[in-house]
Design a protein around this ligand. Sequence first.
Ligand SMILES: Cc1cc2nc3c(=O)[nH]c(=O)nc-3n(C[C@H](O)[C@H](O)[C@H](O)COP(=O)(O)OP(=O)(O)OC[C@H]3O[C@@H](n4cnc5c(N)ncnc54)[C@H](O)[C@@H]3O)c2cc1C
Ligand code: SF4
Length: 333
Amino acid sequence: MRPFTYAAPGTVAATVTALGGAQPGTRILAGGTTLYDLMKLDIETPPAVVDVHRIAELRTIEAGPRELVLGAGARMADVADHPAVKAAYPGLSESLWRAASQQLRTMATVGGNLLQRTRCPYFRNGPEFPCNKRRPGSGCAAVGGHDRTHALLGGSDACVATYAGDFAVMLIALDAVVDVVGPGGERTVPLAGLHVEPGDDPAREHVLAPDELIVRIRVPATPAGRGSTYLKIRDRESYAFALAAAGVGLAVEADGAVGDCRIGLGGVATRPWRAMEAERILIGRPLTPQSARRAGEAAFAEARAGTENGFRIELGVRTVADALRIAGERATR
Ligand SMILES: Cc1cc2nc3c(=O)[nH]c(=O)nc-3n(C[C@H](O)[C@H](O)[C@H](O)COP(=O)(O)OP(=O)(O)OC[C@H]3O[C@@H](n4cnc5c(N)ncnc54)[C@H](O)[C@@H]3O)c2cc1C
Ligand code: SF4
């Protein structure tokens, strides 16, 4: 790890001032469970870090009648276990407690979780591999290489790295937004517009400027939130990233027809992915095993397999169908 300077301003206002005057390459530090890893691997080499982990105003969790407001510094474990989150947004709670381990969830923040970086082994395991994300212009070892865990959706010839996080997948399904603040003031970014596909610039992963701080995440309160679930399929049942995941929110009308449907896909795309076409297939009709299967197939209609990851298309289709069944049971309870 290279030497760096450390500052811990005590408030959001002081953090914005510190970021505004910071040297290029300065990073925001929250729980450090991603950032310190990447610094030890020499992938991130910030000259300075600005620590926001202990800022009390970033740690609030408020569940109101219209929306859930999560401070970006709220710990993953605290949000996952919050009674109001479990009751009104069960899929959000599941997306957090099915991520990482209890030790990590106790340290890590929901804001840091959104901006975690890919687990592509070529990216993380060393500079000897071509990697456009790590060394722009060097190529991509995963294209035509070992790509079992790489993306089926949203990839490019330059990069097929999977977005690894779970929480953002459920958030995108529930139409969440993030409020960010920087030296230029505050703005709101929809989750759907926060992360970007690699295109020909894989090093760029989201739309935030380096001096912008996520202060809160807001999730609208909806019937689909109450009927939500996050189903995550992985190589082992704990402490593993998704091979395929679906964050589904459903509302069912009195006549049994689907009134609202939201589907997010995780572990299969280069960014948190919303499967709008699959949603359209279901709205206005009763949910059946056949329609759930059709929705799953629509969600993966544009999937492009590489050399080793093709099995995850059928896995993804079944994951969507199973998540719809679970959400359907919740929505009609
Ligand atoms: C072994 C292991 C297994 C894991 N498994 C999973 C898993 O299954 N599912 C999953 O979703 N995650 C998983 N993770 C990732 C883990 O959840 C993230 O490391 C964690 O959520 C990051 O939060 P943090 O607060 O520690 O962020 P940090 O490491 O402090 O920061 C991460 C990034 O976010 C930026 N950042 C942090 N806070 C802000 C803010 N408020 N505004 C702007 N930028 C900010 C930082 O600059 C940095 O770039 C795993 C991690 C490990 C180490
Ligand atoms: S998939 Fe992306 S992160 Fe992985 S080696 Fe290729 S360019 Fe690098």
